[in-house]
Design a binder for this molecule. Sequence first.
Ligand SMILES: [Zn+2]
Ligand SMILES: [Zn+2]
Length: 154
Amino acid sequence: MMSKNKLKVAPPSTETYIACPYDSAHRLLPTRLAWHLTRCARNHPGSKMVHCPFNNTHIYSVTDIQTHIGVCPNRAHLERYIHPDKLPPAEPRAMEFNIESTEDWDAEPPVESYNPQAYCESNFVIRNPQGAPPSARREFRERERRRFQEHSKF
Ligand SMILES: [Zn+2]
Ligand SMILES: [Zn+2]
């Protein structure tokens, strides 16, 4: 009957006790594990336990660590762990995203070198007969462009 009562007051799963990797007799709350491991490691100097590279609270034997690395939930930080200097911090940098919006300025520089053909053509456009249907005006522009290209050969 006592065990039944105990079940009723069992702590939530987030407070499940974890066995100390150095001594399975040590049962710890996850929140206390990191603190305990730093103390317990001193009592087991000859232990072949190694820290998981992704999470200091993951401690396994030398033979088990390889298996754990393959399934460690913190493995997403692998790249950051291997290249801590080459990758940006975990937080996204909003400033760098804003810089991308200026890309269009480079696509067409406003100070492009002087183009005489484009300059003359724009003048021809101004001379277009006002009120003419768009097709006629387009034809006029084409005729003027050809006339200019003929003229520019000399
Ligand atoms: Zn311990
Ligand atoms: Zn791990």
